[in-house]
Design a protein around this ligand. Sequence first.
Ligand code: ADP
Ligand code: MG
Length: 246
Amino acid sequence: MSLIISDLKASIDGTEILKGVNLEIPKGEVHAIMGPNGSGKSTLSKIIAGHDDYEVTSGEILLDGVNILDMEVDERSREGIFLAFQYPMEVPGVSNANFLRAARAARLEEGQEIDAVAFYKELYEKMAFLDMKKEFSSRSVNEGFSGGEKKRNEILQMLMLQPKYAILDETDSGLDIDALKVVSKGINAMRTTERGFLLITHYQRLLNYVHPNVVHIMADGKIVKSGDASLALELEEKGYDGNLAG
Ligand code: ADP
Ligand code: MG
């Protein structure tokens, strides 16, 4: 079982951004993607999640053998794809708790209902685990949250939705060390043989807490190099120039 991306090419307004991405994330593994700004990392993550700004011109994305490219964003989410955005959106007027409840309800079979008591118990437990104050459940989704609070909130969503494959786009960016540890704890708690992760990051420091099985470097719309965790250390030392040349 794995998430397989093959020869994925995609454009926006006629400009090709992804130029043939190949990537396989088996369940149970954490893959990191690093790479210079503008190389297409966020584009890749949004295309996997089903963002419709981009035109996919070739390739396939198989989720445990099922091609998800023709599915709408909500269908992909129900199939088990989760994306934590680099820039999480604010949803004024919708409380965090109601948002999560609706997302959970959308995953139930017809006729099934959410057990509200159990839902809130679970929500508060998970918030406590992430050192989030209870009041965040009644605040509008991400509205007025600090950068770090938004990133924690993305991890809360992941914990509540239990995806099969989680893509985290720079969830570690802008976090202080305590928030980084909390976010890492959330990811590690979700790490099982039944789930795969794609972590997009610029920094080795996240990978000190969440040890990746594979590290990829993306440049100019392609994966140009893959290796084990030591590749991230090498990048930190030599930078992209030293690595992309070598
Ligand atoms: P990364 O996340 O690696 O920094 P992105 O995927 O955000 O890179 O961007 C890759 C390239 O695609 C950039 O040159 C960016 O300007 C362009 N791009 C991404 N999204 C859009 C968009 N909605 N409209 C126009 N250009 C875009
Ligand atoms: Mg990005």
